[in-house]
Design a protein around this ligand. Structure first.
Ligand code: GTP
Ligand code: MG
Length: 370
C-alpha cells in the first residue's frame, strides 16, 4: 500500500508539519512528522484542511501499461517478431542476410555482429516477418536475453558441421525461460561433414524434440551460403505464427520497446523501436524510459523516412531528449507536460534506486532509529 510521511504530505499541502500532527492527534492518531501514514488517512487530512486531492500516490504519475488492456474487437493480426540465436559463427547473420536478400554480414567489422539489428522481411504471400539479429559472443549474453523478451519465436541456428555448442544451449535456455517457441535452423548443410541428424539427436538431451523425433519443434535444414531451403524456413515461421494468433491493436497511441539506442553525431539520440501496439506517427509526443521527446522522423530498416509505423514494425525514432536504454518502453502520451512529468518521475525513481543500493552500515541504521 502507498504511504507518505507526515512532513512530505505537509510540504505538498504547503502546511506546517506540526499542524498536521495536531490534526492527526485529534483524529486519534498520535504520530510524529517523520512517521508515515497510509493513503486513506492522508486523503482524509487533505480534505480536512480544505485542499483538493490531486495525487496522493506518486506511483500514479507513472504509466501503468498492464492496466491498459485493448478490447478484443480492436485486435488485428500482426507480424511475428523472430529472434535469431545460436553459437558464434554458426551463420546467424548470413542466414538473416540470405532471408532479406541483402548483405549485412560482409559490411560488419570482422564479420561479428555488434548490435541488435532489426529488419522486416516480406514472405511470398505478402505477410511480413520481423527479425532481430542478436550478437553471438558471450559478452553479449545479456543483450541476447533481452532479445528473447520482445520476441515471439526464436530461430536457433546450429551449424550442421559443428553441432550443439555452449551458446546453442544458452539460447535454448533463454527461449525456454521466456516461454518462446523454437524453430531449429540446421545451417551449413552444404559443408563436408555436415550431420543434421546428429544435431536432432543432441537436441533431445536439452528437451528440444523435433518432429522427426516425435516432438512438435519444427526444424529446417538450410544453407545460408547456397540459399537452400530458405522458403521452407519462412513457411515454418508462418506455420508457427499462425498457431500463436499474434494480434495487436493498431488504432491507438503507440507503445514500443527499445531494441537499441545510441547518440548519433549528426542526428542526436536515436533509438530503434519495435512497435508493440498502436501506430507511432511523426509528431507524436512520447516518454521513453526516463526520456521524453517528440517524433521528429521515423526511419525504416531500409533507411527510408516513413510517416508512421504499426505493430511489429522496427523503426528508428529521432527526436528523443536523451539516449534511452535497450529494453525501455516508449509510450505515446497526450501532451508534453505529461511526458515531462513521467520522465521526471522515472528519473527520480532511478536516482532513488541507486541511492538505496548504496551500502548502509548497521550502526548508522540503529542510530537513525534511536
Ligand atoms: P556471430 O555474429 O559472430 O556470432 O556470427 P554469425 O552466427 O552471425 O555467423 P556469420 O553469419 O557471420 O557466419 C560465419 C561464417 O560462416 C562466415 O564465414 C559465413 O560465410 C559462414 N557461413 C554461414 N552460413 C553458411 C552456410 O550455410 N554454409 C557455409 N559453407 N558457410 C556458411
Ligand atoms: Mg552475426
Amino acid at each position: 500500500p502507498d504511504t507518505i510521511t507526515v512532513q512530505e504530505l505537509a510540504n505538498r499541502m504547503a502546511e506546517k508539519g506540526a499542524d498536521l500532527v495536531k490534526a492527526l492527534f485529534k483524529m486519534g492518531m498520535p504520530v510524529t512528522v517523520n512517521q508515515t501514514i497510509d493513503q486513506d488517512t492522508a486523503e482524509l487530512l487533505v480534505t480536512e484542511f480544505g485542499h483538493e486531492i490531486k495525487r496522493v500516490s506518486e506511483a500514479d504519475v507513472d504509466i501503468r501499461h498492464d492496466e491498459d488492456v485493448d478490447d478484443a474487437a480492436a485486435l488485428k493480426s500482426r507480424a511475428p517478431v523472430v529472434t535469431i540465436m545460436g553459437h558464434v559463427d554458426h551463420g546467424k547473420t548470413s542466414l538473416l542476410d540470405a532471408l532479406r536478400g541483402a548483405n549485412v554480414q560482409a559490411g560488419e567489422a570482422g564479420g561479428i555482429t555488434q548490435h541488435i539489428g532489426a529488419y522486416q522481411v516480406k514472405a511470398k504471400d505478402g505477410s511480413a516477418i520481423t527479425f532481430l539479429d542478436t550478437p553471438g559472443h558471450e559478452a553479449f549474453t545479456e543483450m541476447r536475453a533481452r532479445g528473447a523478451n520482445v520476441t515471439d519465436i526464436v530461430i536457433l541456428v546450429v551449424a550442421a558441421d559443428d553441432g550443439l555448442k555452449p551458446q546453442s544451449i544458452e539460447a535454448i535456455n533463454h527461449a525456454k525461460a521466456a516461454g518462446v517457441p523454437i524453430i531449429v535452423a540446421i545451417n551449413k548443410i552444404d559443408k563436408d561433414g555436415a550431420n543434421p541428424q546428429r544435431v536432432r539427436e543432441r537436441l533431445l538431451e536439452h528437451e528440444v524434440i523435433v518432429e522427426e523425433m516425435g516432438g512438435d519443434v519444427q526444424n529446417v535444414e538450410v544453407s545460408a551460403l547456397k540459399k537452400q531451403n530458405l522458403d521452407k524456413l519462412l513457411d515454418a515461421i508462418a506455420v508457427q505464427a499462425e498457431i500463436m494468433e499474434l494480434k495487436a491493436n493498431p488504432d491507438r497511441n503507440a507503445e514500443g520497446t527499445v531494441v537499441e539506442a545510441k547518440l548519433d553525431k549528426g542526428r542526436g539520440p536515436v533509438a530503434t523501436i519495435l512497435v508493440r501496439r498502436g501506430t507511432l506517427k511523426v509528431g507524436d509526443i512520447f516518454v521513453c524510459g526516463a526520456e521524453s521527446g517528440r517524433v521528429r522522423a521515423l526511419v525504416n530498416d531500409k533507411g527510408q523516412q516513413i510517416k508512421e509505423a504499426g505493430p511489429s514494425m522496427p523503426v528508428e525514432v529521432l527526436g528523443l531528449g536523451g539516449v534511452p536504454m535497450a529494453g525501455d518502453t516508449l509510450t505515446v502520451v497526450e501532451n508534453e507536460a505529461r511526458a515531462r512529468e513521467v520522465a521526471a518521475y522515472r528519473q527520480s525513481e532511478a536516482l532513488k534506486k541507486r541511492t538505496a543500493q548504496a551500502p548502509v552500515s548497521l550502526e548508522g541504521m540503529f542510530s537513525a532509529l534511536a
